[in-house]
Ligand binder design. Structure first.
Ligand code: ATP
Length: 495
């Protein structure tokens, strides 16, 4: 059965609700502790999501460590010595300014509230007022103090609470995003004993810099890569897996000689952009946005976001930062341990500069889902399909006997067993072939193999391709080979 399709015009920017609902119905992503009503901004990955996540993580790890002889991996603990977060500046400065609506008791990020107000003014055609508020927001913190400045803008422009519509605000206060917990049996509630859940994986790399230097026989420039959980008590966390309180980061810190940092920063920005295209993201939905010099974080000499056009607009997926020698110098000072590099050939001694690439695994998953999601009209019905890179797909192939007959089942099972050595596959004999295709289209499965009676005669099967639904007859012995070469040659344009 050949299917013919018509692309339905579905606005890329209106897809988020559909993706959330498909994620749940097909088992990609569930709300955490859902049977208890869920936990805000915490999510669990289901069977398909766990495979997709693993495939993306593996693709990143392979790219960073396997393909670069001078990048090695570590897997540091989530708990770290409390001094780490003093040295890194997180205890003092990892804050968001927040304000509470006294009526609804809801908490908002003060800067975001003002951003939303600016958007609203623009929509209402009040461009001049929007510009005024934007100017004040951009220069906030330069007059009295950040909190006071933001509070004054909210008061002066009478910005109301989005949910309750009330204008009954508390003061703006700094809210530290780190989760604090107690450690060991004798922990007290005193801050001195506080242990934090790490808000980024990077520090696990900096504190191990010397260990890795001493053991992995690396010379500068070299990198350390890590994938792991990070935790942030985000104030605004309402955008599915885009902003979570527990999430996973894939970070690489590249240690370079001071002076070589600028070139390496540009090189890594390009390399990382290419990686996003390489995992099948359409180029037109990707862009690099440099941070203006006056908006740089305290540790950075240069920074850029790699952004994707999500249904919620252009947003950061990955940050590329030139962190200078800030982190290693801080840890040198706080720990009292020398973290210098000695260059044997030039007899130079210096604290290396660091170029960092930091990408969110969960945000990448959301980007892959958004970029893959399509609705098409096929024979009068809507087909929902995830056109993702075959190498990311949770299930690579479906194997179907045309009908439940022992001869067909036997050959199907044999093909399934062979493919299982290299791929995750699914054997399915329930329902019509059309229904079986549709189920796997929604799972993003790029290939379906159907075994019929004609094939038993000449040892052939039909392979059906997800993206264009074309079908081909191929030798039953060549299924693995055909899948391998079609996966390798797949291009996002074929979406
Ligand atoms: P944002 O401005 O969106 O809060 P950030 O600039 O604080 O992000 P970084 O600290 O640079 O982000 O973290 C690097 C990456 O980690 C981000 O590009 C993003 O992909 C991911 N990330 C950060 N915070 C979250 C979160 N709360 N939920 C999911 N992913 C996150």
């Amino acid at each position: 059965m050949n299917e013919s399709k018509k692309a339905m015009s579905i606005d890329h920017l209106q897809q988020l609700d559909k993706i959330v609902s498909l994620s749940k119905s097909r088992g990609f992503i569930f709300q955490s502790s859902e049977i208890y009503g869920g936990l805000g901004a915490v999510y669990d990955y289901g069977p398909l999501g766990a495979e997709l996540k693993r495939n993306i993580r593996d693709a990143w790890w392979r790219e960073m460590t396997q393909k670069h002889e001078n990048i090695v991996g570590v897997d540091a603990a989530i708990f770290m010595h409390p001094k780490v977060w003093e040295a890194s500046g997180h205890v003092e400065g990892f804050n968001d300014p927040m304000i509470d609506d006294k009526q609804s008791k809801k908490r908002y990020r003060a800067d975001m509230l003002i951003e939303q107000h600016i958007e609203k003014l623009r929509k209402d055609g009040k461009e001049k007022e929007a510009e005024q508020v934007k100017e004040l927001l951009d220069t906030s913190g330069t007059r009295v103090g950040l909190c006071e400045d933001l509070h004054k803008i909210i008061m002066d422009y009478e910005i109301k609470a989005p949910e309750s519509g009330a204008f009954d605000w508390t003061d703006v206060r700094q809210f530290n995003l780190m989760f604090k917990t107690q450690f060991g049996a004798v922990a007290s509630a005193e801050d001195a004993d506080a242990v934090y859940l790490r808000p980024e994986t990077a520090q696990g790399i900096f504190v191990n810099y010397k260990n890795v230097m001493d053991t992995a026989r690396q010379q500068i420039p070299f990198g350390i890569a890590q994938v792991g959980k990070a935790f942030r008590n985000e104030v605004v966390a309402r955008q599915f897996v885009f902003r979570m309180r527990e999430f996973e980061q894939m970070e690489m810190q590249y240690f370079v000689k001071p002076g070589a940092d600028e070139e390496q920063y540009n090189e890594w920005l390009n390399k990382r952009m290419e990686w996003h295209k390489g995992i099948g993201i359409r180029e037109k939905y990707l862009r690099a946005e440099p941070h203006p010099p006056d908006k740089l974080a305290h540790y950075a000499r240069a920074a850029a976001d790699i952004q994707y056009l999500f249904p919620i607009g252009w947003q950061e997926v990955e940050g590329i930062h030139n962190r200078t020698d800030f982190d290693l110098s801080q840890h040198q000072e706080y720990s009292g341990k020398k973290l210098e590099y000695f260059d044997q050939s030039t007899r130079d001694r210096y604290v290396p500069y660091v170029v960092e690439t930091s990408v969110g695994l969960d945000r990448t998953i959301l980007m892959v889902l958004c970029d893959a999601y399509r609705e098409e009209e096929v024979e009068g019905e809507t087909r929902t399909v995830l056109k993702m890179h075959p190498e990311l797909a949770p299930i690579t192939a479906g194997i179907f006997p045309l009908v439940k007959k022992p001869e067909l089942q036997e050959l199907s099972r044999k093909i399934e067993k062979d493919l299982r050595e290299d791929y995750r596959v699914l054997y399915d004999e329930a329902g019509s072939i059309g229904k079986r295709y549709r189920r796997l289209d929604e799972a993003g499965t790029p290939f379906c193999i159907t075994v019929d009676f004609d094939g038993l005669e000449d040892n052939t099967v039909t392979i059906r391709y997800r993206d264009d639904m074309k079908q081909e007859r191929i030798s039953a012995d060549k299924v693995g080979e055909v899948i391998r070469s079609a996966s390798k040659s797949w291009k996002p344009e074929s979406k």
